[in-house]
Design a protein around this ligand. Sequence first.
Ligand SMILES: Cc1ncc(COP(=O)(O)O)c(C=O)c1O
Length: 383
Amino acid sequence: MWVKPTARKTVMYELEAALAEDHHFSGGHVISSMCTDPLDIAKEAHAMFIESNLGNAGLYPGTLRLEKMAIDAMGRLLGAKDGNIAGGIVSGGTEANITALWIARNITGKKKVIFPKSAHFSFHKACDILAMEPVMVPLNENFTIDLDEVTRRVDSDTAAVVGIAGTTELGAVDDIHGLADIIPEGVFLHVDAAFGGFVLPFLRDLGHRVPDFDFSVEKVSSIAADPHKMGMATVPSGALLVRDRKWFRTIHKDAPYLDTVGQLSALSGTRCSAAAAASYAAMRSLGREGYIKIVEGCMDVTHHALGKARKMGLEPVMEPVMNILCLRVPDPKAVQKSLDVKGWKVSVAQNPPSLRLVIMPHVTKDGIDGLFSDLGDVLEDRR
Ligand SMILES: Cc1ncc(COP(=O)(O)O)c(C=O)c1O
């Protein structure tokens, strides 16, 4: 491969062939991903800022300014009242969650992390990397964290308690106020709103009952929210926001060789800063109104899917709170496999076992009609 240069035409041919193997959101058959086709202006911004590296922020004051504005906008979206909220664009929910627990460990000097069974696997990664102790809490009948069980498990060695605002499998929202009420002073309260961060505020605008899950709850210390999921930005773009900017100092490491004025103390060195520009562009371009319309559209399609399911005699695991719908079907994995053969990418949830549909903005009612037509055939064949 490395011996001789290859003609551009050949390289492009190889790239196109690889791209053709991939599944694309535009086809409408991917109903399993929490990402979507980014907004055009986000793609343009990504291309414009392709050489930026906020890991060496002194060279990119313009990109740094965009990142700060994106974080500021997200802070305001997520209940921040003062200017002390700090944060940065990171590679995604995983990095945001790891960084939050890193800060929690360093502030408290403690080890235990209490999180619900529904938490994303990034919390297990975080505990592994940070030598922290994961304490998994069972769920209640609403598929949210059981507060009594949290009370039972919190002790003097607890660094952090985690609540999820939009679980990966079901889109359930933990009782963040309830968590805030029961955790002792000094315990770090992290909210993983990687998915819900760009859904829940707009659902509230649409009149849905959305309990406070963000910085409006005084004890919430940090929030993860991903622009590359419902934020319509490019991959990789997550965000970590923390209530007090000085907490970032607890993870700071000097890097004298870099021109790092004003740089975020982050897990990554070099950062994909094009995604920071893309996140800014998506938020600036859509405004609150744009996101409200997108979320309204996704919920409309979600309820369309729910109606189709019920007509077929299928029940949801729970009434969808956001644009994730899990259906009780016999042997979900086998059904998923059969749908895959028919060209549909759907996923399965484990708790409880069900067929999981993530109704992102690229999923249309026509697409859902096609999926349910094939699902009907698959279920009929399996009878
Ligand atoms: C609730 C939640 N948190 C964290 C993550 C991890 O995000 P990423 O894949 O961007 O690292 C996900 C991914 O699906 C998620 O749903």
